[in-house]
Design a protein around this ligand. Structure first.
Ligand code: PDD
Length: 277
């Protein structure tokens, strides 16, 4: 399959970067994962707006206009047909002798690839998934979609070893998010998520779920959510570009609600499928 590296489309196996790339040495870069449905990138402008915010946080100049980003995505996705795809964009600060200080005037390394995005199996959706909890030991700038993902890797491995789908993290008493997903509770019919602050990556699904809630008449709120509220929720949901919206039915082995995917999940999942058309 082709990929895009620094202005050229080349086969993935031929794409090479310097070992001095600051993305490799320091994780000094940012990324995006953008679903493509029926050949069209989904919520593309929102993803590029977040890419721009992440770059600004790192003081890296955005190498491309929105139209140029869109052209790269479209060129990679078009040959793959109508099946769902995920576009991966990564920008690192570039190549320089190793020095922690930000080096100015580097040419950012821009990489893009496309991968199949197989939908979550119907049987998994019907049953719901298990998750485990952990302390959120990541850094305080979780709002940057950074390629420094060691915290996420270590967090995810906790659920891998427990045979669970995700690791739901708390900062002290307060829910933050999961290793690569946002986390939502449903209480008395309201969808509630943690505030958009520096402690979570504001998923593109924050805006999307807010809109789907509005359209479906489901009350939507952003506020701090305690550990007790999570375990006492009527429903617990994950959201991400790859999971869409996914019901969690056990947490650390304890049932959430009645232990089955709930009605708010069902409504939001149906609305989500409509939005993809
Ligand atoms: N992860 N929180 C974290 C820490 C994430 O890594 C992600 C996405 C999300 C959900 O964001 P969105 O709705 O924009 O996908 C929340 C992507 C899919 C990944 O790293 O592969």
């Amino acid at each position: 399959t082709p990929c895009f590296l620094n202005g050229e489309f080349t086969p993935l196996r031929d794409a090479k970067i310097s070992v001095l790339d600051r993305g490799f040495i320091f994780g000094d870069g940012i990324y995006e994962v953008i679903p493509v449905y029926f050949g069209v990138p989904f919520c593309f402008d929102e993803h590029i707006a977040r890419l721009e915010r992440s770059l600004a946080e790192l003081q890296i100049d955005n190498p491309y206009t929105r139209d140029e980003w869109r052209a790269i995505a479209t060129q990679l996705a078009a040959p793959q047909g109508k099946a769902p795809q995920a576009i991966y964009f990564q920008v690192s600060r570039g190549v320089a002798p190793r020095d922690h200080a930000m080096v100015r005037g580097l040419r950012p390394t821009v990489f893009a690839m496309v991968n199949p995005l197989p939908p979550v199996a119907d049987a998994v959706r019907a049953k719901g998934v298990a998750c485990v909890t952990a302390d959120d030991f990541r850094w305080q700038k979780a709002h940057i979609k950074s390629t420094s993902l060691l915290g996420a890797v270590l967090a995810r491995q906790i659920s891998v070893e427990a045979g669970a789908t995700e690791t739901v993290m708390f900062r002290g008493e307060w829910l933050s998010e999961a290793s690569s997903s946002n986390v939502w509770i449903v209480k008395d019919g309201t969808l509630i998520g943690p505030p958009k602050d520096n402690l979570v990556l504001t998923g593109i699904r924050y805006g999307l779920l807010e809109r789907l809630c509005q359209d479906s008449g489901i009350p939507f709120a952003l506020r701090r959510v305690s550990r007790d509220e999570v375990f006492g929720a009527d429903e617990l949901l994950l959201s991400s570009a790859t999971k869409e919206v996914l019901p969690v039915v056990t947490l650390d082995g304890q049932a959430i609600g009645n232990g089955h995917p709930g009605p708010i999940y069902q409504s939001l999942y149906a609305a989500y499928q409509q939005a993809k058309q």
